[in-house]
Design a protein around this ligand. Structure first.
Ligand code: NAD
Length: 360
């Protein structure tokens, strides 16, 4: 099969980790007889240095013409980089927010998976994680409290601030459909998280999610209040498959879920729109402290590439192969410095990419 993929390496460790992910994708092409056409584009500081702005129309057009985008990371060291002398709308991270908006990426997916080989990094008690966990937080990304009307005003000498949490049924339906579709590719369970005992927006959320669920009788639906979900994530994370939730709840829960895996260099992510198109990137930042030193862990980016194979290109078998190759390399005892533990072999970015490719 032929696919067009736009690579946006970005800043800091971005070019190193995207280079390794491309190596693995090339291996997938060779093994399974696919052709991926690549185009490279700039974002963030790299784009500022070349064009004076963090995101150009050319990068947006390239992304729009592709089946998927694989991105590295964006940003530099705020204390030392000249990019942060610019006004906020011209800084590297502004490019990130703009590309998500321009591509209408309303669904954010962040898996949290416990690798048995990295159990020691998990901050939870051994008895809690005995059977592991493999969950995915699906967060609505373009609505809710972060996008509602807001104002701060003074009345009779008292300051008051207002933020508005708004969702319409179409916004809820489209993310719910994505959630159920993705659950079908996983363990077929959706936990819809809301605060329906208090919020009107949550009651509408629950009603629409139930309507959508009727079209997916093979997927189990349960509802959970957000405060309970925050507890359950540390009490028994193994109970979850897809956790479907609105923007702010998802923001908080996805960070909590990533913390319980204990290893930032392993966490992939995807942002999807209404079509099969998606933007895939590691959850971590550009790690300027280790950029260019062959120290960065490329696994989060390689796993993001696996998500791209699964969700945008429908190449599930190939995605499985990449994920299994990562497992094998960990089982063989190879680690980058961020996940290093006693008795293992410490390798650099390039070597880790090569090992994963070899184990495909
Ligand atoms: P960070 O995630 O870049 O780094 C935090 C720590 O984790 C650092 O010590 C770093 O060395 C380490 N780390 C991160 N990724 C790693 C990897 N793959 N392998 C090994 N170690 C890794 O967060 P930060 O330092 O707060 O931010 C640095 C820059 O990244 C800032 O400019 C920030 O705005 C940007 N950022 C970008 C994104 C994104 O592109 N989506 C996300 C978060 C932060």
């Amino acid at each position: 099969m032929e696919h067009k993929i736009v690579l946006i390496p970005g800043d800091g460790i971005g070019p190193e980790i995207v280079r390794e992910a491309k190596k693995v994708l090339d291996g997938v092409c060779e093994k399974y007889g696919h052709t991926f056409q690549y185009e490279e584009a700039l974002i963030g500081g790299a784009s500022i240095d070349t064009y004076g702005v963090p995101l150009t129309d050319e990068t947006i057009a390239a992304a729009n013409s592709a089946d998927a985008v694989l991105m590295g990371s964006v940003g530099g060291d705020a204390a030392t980089s000249p990019w942060y002398q610019l006004e906020p709308s011209k800084r590297p991270e502004a490019g990130l927010l703009k590309i998500r908006k321009e591509l209408n990426l309303f669904a954010n997916l962040r898996p949290a998976y416990l690798y048995s080989q990295l159990r020691e990094a998990c901050p939870l008690r051994p008895d809690i994680i005995e059977t592991g966990f493999d969950l995915l937080i699906m967060r609505e990304l373009t609505g809710g409290l972060y996008f509602g009307e807001r104002k701060t005003y003074e009345e009779n000498g008292v300051w008051t601030a207002v933020d508005t949490l708004v969702y319409n049924e179409q916004e809820i339906r489209r993310i719910a459909v994505k959630g159920f579709e993705i659950a079908r590719k996983r363990q077929k369970k959706v936990t819809s998280v809301d605060k329906a005992n208090v919020l009107d927006s949550s009651r509408l959320w629950r009603k629409v999610v139930e309507e959508v669920a009727a079209d997916y009788p093979d997927v189990k639906l349960e509802h959970m209040l957000v405060d309970n979900c925050a507890m359950q994530l540390v009490r028994d994370p193994g109970q979850f498959d897809v956790v479907l939730t609105e923007n702010m709840f998802g923001d908080i829960l996805s960070d909590e879920a990533s913390m319980i895996t204990g290893s930032i260099g392993m966490l992939s992510s995807a942002s999807l729109n209404e079509t099969k198109f998606g933007l895939y990137e590691p959850s971590h930042g550009s790690a300027p402290d280790i950029a260019g030193q062959d120290k960065a862990n490329p696994i989060a980016t390689i796993l993001s590439a696996a998500m791209m194979l699964r969700y945008s290109l429908d190449l599930d078998q190939e995605a499985d192969a990449v994920e299994q190759a990562v497992q094998k390399v960990l089982s063989q005892g190879y680690r980058t410095v961020d996940i290093m533990s006693e008795g293992c072999t410490c390798v650099g970015t390039r070597k880790m990419g090569e090992l994963i490719l070899k184990n495909l």
